[in-house]
Design a protein around this ligand. Sequence first.
Ligand code: AMP
Length: 215
Amino acid sequence: MKNVIFVAPPAAGKGTCSEYLKSKFNYNHVSTGDLLREARIKGDELSNRIAAIMDSGGLVGDDIVLELLQNKLNELGTSSKFILDGYPRNILQAQTLDKLFNDLNISDYVVIYLQINFEEALNRTLSRLICPNCKKGYNKNSTEFKPKVDGICDDCGTSLITRSDDNEETFKIRFDNYMKETESVLDYYKDKNKLVTIDSTQDFDSIANNIERVI
Ligand code: AMP
């Protein structure tokens, strides 16, 4: 099994695919969005700044994200396989990750681009729910991903919530940021022969099969 890096626009399914791989193959799921959502509720000055940036749809500073990521990777150690969900989001982060992988002696990884168009990603965003406790994601308009009981997490019974950045206005900024900052990361990994593109608008079984073939 290879380490996996997901690069994709918001709501393309990075979290859902990561959770699938985690439960089926025991991957460690490292989501910089989740790390930041944990950091934003600490109540100190830094957490207030993180919360304001996330709610405006902007990207949190590279240094802040890197520190959280480094701590998490150090905690996991190099023997376990991981999925990076949400990092890198710009070329500088991709270069930083190269250095980090170099230091940790990691070369066995694949970058999976989950391709989705603006309209589909917006629709998913507006109907997305998450469990604040176990972080599982749901979609109330999808037969595949709606919870068994409305508004309740199937796995831990917690009431589901809408993410504070899952609204139309913030989504547009996030998508725009993706186009401006993150799309270039795809070429970076294409040049390294690490990139695989998967159509994220297929049914989930097809997406999962495609992913399993490349990991
Ligand atoms: P996500 O859960 O991946 O959709 O991320 C939610 C938000 O967290 C993003 O809109 C950014 O504000 C922030 N974020 C997550 N990952 C990064 C990153 N690698 N660099 C900067 N900001 C990030």
